[in-house]
Design a protein around this ligand. Structure first.
Ligand SMILES: Cc1ncc(C[n+]2csc(CCOP(=O)(O)OP(=O)(O)O)c2C)c(N)n1
Ligand SMILES: [Mg+2]
Length: 279
């Protein structure tokens, strides 16, 4: 979570300096991303949206590869097949059908068919998501849908996008689903571990809706202060999962200052390399 936070912060800086064209921050969503990615493990193929930087780093995408697309240097940046982490998808919800189709195709060929699809709350309003949930349910596809509900589709609040939770909607398609708070990686890890076990054992889909708080604007081109109250932004920043979990680990005595020092040094090095490569 600390590595993702550092890389994300450096990418934001690089964008401000004109080295990147755009950046979509994952700050506030690190617990949801790290908890879910660790819970499913290295085997499933991941179909991300465009903000899953912590998942990407866990899968072995380097910081330089991660930002390449946002500087217009490549169409992707990493090896999607080797890392089992597909390219970021900016056409909202397109990855849901890609993921379900991939899983079905893999099963037909007798290969690993466990697929994880990441999606945002706003993208679930696209027809593709409904088609993907229905197809996954009908075909009993081994797909875990992970929805990070950060309460916003750019400037559109989630409460104006849907009348039920996404978990409730998934159940309407015949997919078992849970909704969990996304501020603590251990809560997310437990919920996603249970869901992943279900997908593996029953070879059928499952959905986990994770409530997260978006700390920054939708992208570096978005001024969220225009449509979002100061209190709401302050609330999201106060609920920062990275500082909260770091404090919890420190207080519990599980890790000491030297451990944090090691991580900080690693993050500093990664940030320096990123600047050298891109600035
Ligand atoms: C098909 C399509 N329609 C519209 C857009 C423009 N657009 C980009 S991001 C976004 C909001 C997505 O919100 P959400 O799914 O909640 O993801 P978040 O950015 O909050 O992580 C929109 C409308 C798009 N990229 N693709
Ligand atoms: Mg959203």
């Amino acid at each position: 979570m600390l590595v993702a936070r550092g890389v994300d912060e450096e990418a934001r800086n690089l964008q401000k300096q004109g080295a990147l064209d755009l950046w979509l921050s994952c700050q506030g969503q690190e617990a949801a991303q790290v908890g879910s990615a660790l819970a499913v493990g290295p085997d499933p193929t991941v179909f991300p949206s465009y903000r899953e930087h912590a998942v990407a780093l866990l899968r072995g995408v380097t910081p330089g590869e991660l930002v390449a697309q946002w500087g217009g240097r490549t169409f992707c940046g990493w090896d999607p097949i080797g890392l089992r982490f597909f390219p970021y998808t900016l056409v909202l919800a397109a990855q849901t059908l890609h993921g379900v189709g991939y899983s079905i195709g893999q099963r037909l060929q007798g290969r690993e068919d466990f697929v994880v699809v990441y999606i945002g709350d706003g993208a679930t309003s696209e027809g593709d998501m409904s088609e993907a949930m229905n197809l996954a349910a009908v075909e009993s596809a081994s797909v875990l849908f992970v929805c990070q509900n950060n309460g916003w589709a750019i400037s559109k609040p989630a409460r104006e996008q849907m009348r039920t939770s996404l978990a409730e909607r998934a159940r309407g398609f015949g997919i078992e689903a849970v909704r969990v708070a996304g501020g603590d990686p251990e809560t997310v890890f437990s919920a996603c571990s249970r869901a992943a076990a279900h997908v593996r054992m029953r070879r059928s889909p499952r959905l986990v809706e994770i409530e997260v708080a978006r700390m920054h604007g939708h992208s570096t081109s978005d001024a969220q202060e225009i449509y979002r109250s100061g209190e709401d932004i302050a609330r999201a920043r106060a609920a920062d999962p990275v500082t909260a979990y770091a404090a919890r680990l420190r207080d519990s005595g599980l890790v000491d200052a030297a451990w944090f020092g090691g991580i900080e040094a690693e993050v500093r090095l990664l940030r320096e390399q990123l600047v050298k490569e891109y600035a």
